[in-house]
Design a protein. Structure first.
Length: 301
């Protein structure tokens, strides 16, 4: 419709509205009504007027949330901001605005190498990725990113209770230092060296089974847990967060140039993920907010 109106506007002085409309699938009355409503928005239907007010808010939320939200998350964020609207209306206006959420669609690639079978930790989780409090269960995994400067790797440590990312590291090498730095960040930021009753779960990658890594867990008083060989479901929650990271950060650019570019993008994403991203499994609130609610309720109790 807008394209046809623009076409009539461009040629009306030369050919006249009626002559142009005779060649286009638009009636002269429709054209004149559109122009009248454009001059006086109050002449538009109530629905059109509400759409005109809601569309900029939808676009704002979508851009503020890194351009990864689909209709469901945009709708829920609007509700959090006391801007109620039907979900179907949000979806319709997003389509009209050309906005869409990030979509997962690439198969995972194995990056970890199985470690030796001797003295391996047991699977203490058994695919039950639930926690009743923060610092009860952490899961860890890492992935790779192709750059023009070579392959780089990103390691994450996630607190299961609120799905909060508590440690991360980007490096050129996938050796033990990569995952160990992410673990150290989590321990220092969350526990100040005292972890209490905490389980750390990972896959059987050689990095997580290395002597340096296992010694660090023992030093911090953390119980180690590992899944079975070649079974992604045994570390499903970490795989899921890694999948979000790849979808919402890595796959949104055609290529990455340097480790520094990946590192900066990861820093921004982790901060956004922890403090603003709405997560369905915890009630469509950000991880930091979910944790804050827990501590507030614990203080009252």
């Amino acid at each position: 419709m807008e394209a046809m109106i623009a076409c009539v506007d461009a040629q009306r002085e030369r050919y006249g509205v009626e002559s142009i409309c005779a060649e286009l699938p638009i009636a002269p009355s429709t054209y004149w009504r559109h122009k009248a409503q454009a001059a006086d928005p109050t002449r538009r239907s109530r629905r059109a007027q509400e759409d005109a007010l809601l569309a900029p808010e939808i676009a704002r939320v979508w851009h503020e949330q890194e351009g990864v939200y689909g209709a469901e998350k945009v709708w829920r964020q609007l509700e959090r901001e006391d801007l109620p609207a039907a979900r179907c209306r949000v979806a319709r206006l997003m389509t009209a605005l050309g906005l869409s959420g990030a979509v997962r669609g690439r198969s995972p690639v194995v990056t970890t190498r199985p470690g030796p079978a001797t003295d391996r930790a047991l699977d203490l989780v058994a695919r039950q990725f639930t926690a009743t409090r923060p610092n009860q269960l952490w899961v860890a995994d890492f992935t790779y990113v192709h750059t023009t400067d070579g392959v780089v790797y990103t390691a994450l440590v996630i607190d299961v209770f609120a799905r909060r990312i508590v440690g991360w590291k980007v490096a050129h090498s996938m050796r033990t230092d990569l995952v160990l730095d992410a673990l150290d960040q989590a321990i220092h930021q969350r526990c100040d060296g005292q972890t209490g009753d905490l389980v750390h779960h990972s896959d059987r990658g050689s990095q997580y089974l290395s002597m340096r890594y296992t010694e660090r867990l023992v030093e911090a008083g953390v119980d180690a847990s590992v899944g079975r060989r070649g079974d992604a479901y045994d570390n499903a929650l970490a795989e899921s967060v890694i999948g979000l990271y790849k979808t919402e950060v890595i796959h949104r650019r055609p290529w990455w140039e340097t480790l520094e570019a990946v590192e900066y993008a990861t820093l921004r994403w982790v901060d956004w993920f922890n403090h603003r991203r709405l997560l369905g499994p915890i009630g469509f609130v950000p991880p930091a907010e979910y944790e804050a609610r827990y501590y507030a309720q614990a203080a009252v109790a």
